[in-house]
Design a protein around this ligand. Structure first.
Ligand SMILES: Nc1ncnc2c1ncn2[C@@H]1O[C@H](COP(=O)(O)OP(=O)(O)OP(=O)(O)O)[C@@H](O)[C@H]1O
Length: 354
């Protein structure tokens, strides 16, 4: 068979993206096909740089071309991505997907998860921002080694003043902690807190972002309602620990996102501190808070289970030292965060195609 672009595209129509349930040609993911004798090159444009199916799709393309077009073809696939976004007409047009990171209870590791997910998505090549909206105890300044940092302001051409997010580890950051005295007992309350948070979205120079993560305060309250009702949210990630007391509060958090008038897609549940691994015995797992609580909760609410993170000292010390663990490339916990970040991005891509 003569190798033509039509033959190649016809072959690739047999490759379906298992998440998006359509073939790669219909999804407009195949670009720039070039043919030179038996050499075939093209670009496969994914919906997220963190796509967990990258290798699988690449292999499927090679197999389809070899099977339907030419068994001896030499195939070179260049993988890129263009992050998809929900259809919306909001003022935050340059921000493609706002992801809420939420928990029913305080102290379950929501900020740890939000920070590590942000870093992991950025490491995969996405443009990422993080808003720390935790009015009770903003932890982003500590986790990103930015205690005492103050964002600067800039004047736009039309005379508006914009806050400049602070960039650290490739992520644009704004935290309520940058604007309050860390020793003040209750820095933000009621309408003042809601207004401050709205400003972090509306009056900041975010530029173009693929993902803007929001570290919410624990529980369900005014801040949650304000954010959910003011901004177009792509979805919420729920962080829980396996104890019954945490799960009970997580149920309420999950139910809030499903309430009429809020109705935010739940991207899934992450079980943090799922088991304890002692540093000197890394093969041993101790289920000190019970087993599979997060997984069962996800099943019960019919939302995806995104994965589990163990309780390890390295996660806590790295956060306290201002360099979250996922900055380390070869750490098992970085692999765990990479898998979870891939699943979060995958769920967003699935929702955006609906
Ligand atoms: N998987 C883990 N292993 C070890 N320590 C952890 C883990 N996850 C979180 N921690 C530690 O637990 C503490 C609380 O975590 P974090 O601040 O992320 O929780 P949070 O849910 O955001 O809390 P808050 O309710 O105050 O916002 C921190 O000291 C953090 O380093």
């Amino acid at each position: 068979m003569i190798i033509t672009e039509e033959n190649i595209l016809a072959a690739l129509r047999n490759v379906e993206d298992p998440d998006l349930k359509k073939d790669l040609v219909t999804l407009n993911m195949i670009k720039d096909v070039k043919i030179n004798d038996k050499n075939i090159a093209f670009t496969l444009e994914l919906t997220t740089p963190a796509c967990p199916l990258k290798d699988m799709l690449k292999n499927a393309c090679v197999n389809a071309i070899k099977h339907f077009v030419a068994a001896d073809a030499i195939i070179d696939i260049n993988i890129t991505s263009r992050v998809s976004k929900p259809v919306d007409t909001s003022q935050l047009k340059a921000i493609k997907n706002i992801i809420l990171v939420s928990s029913g209870k305080g102290g379950v590791g929501k900020s740890t998860v939000a920070s590590n997910l942000a870093i992991t998505l950025a490491k995969n090549g996405a443009k990422v921002g993080l808003i720390d909206a935790d009015i009770y105890g903003p932890s982003v300044p500590t986790m990103f080694n930015l205690v005492g940092a103050k964002p600067s302001a800039k004047e736009t051409e039309d005379g508006k003043t914009l806050i400049e997010p602070i960039e650290q580890y490739g992520i644009k950051l704004l935290s309520l902690g940058f604007f309050a005295d860390p020793d003040q007992p209750v820095p933000w309350r009621g309408p003042m807190a809601s207004n401050a948070i709205k400003q972090l979205f509306n009056d900041a120079d975010w530029g173009a972002l693929d993902y803007l993560l929001v570290d919410l305060p624990p529980g369900t309250g005014d801040i949650h309602i304000t954010i959910c009702q003011t901004f177009p949210i792509a979805g919420a990630v729920i962080v829980t620990t396996p104890q019954q007391v945490a799960l009970a509060d997580t149920r309420k958090g999950l139910a809030m996102f499903k309430m009429p008038g809020i109705d935010i897609p739940v991207l899934g549940v992450i079980e943090n501190m799922a088991y304890f691994i002692p540093e000197e015995l890394p093969e041993n797992k101790y289920y000190i808070f019970g087993k599979d609580g997060g997984k069962m909760l996800a099943e019960q609410f019919d939302v995806p289970f995104l994965g589990e993170i163990p309780l390890v000292q390295g996660i806590s010390t790295s956060g306290d030292n201002g360099r979250p663990i996922s900055l380390e490339d070869n750490n098992p916990q970085s692999f765990a965060f990479n898998e979870i970040a891939g699943k979060v991005a995958q769920q967003i891509s699935i929702n955006n195609i609906k």
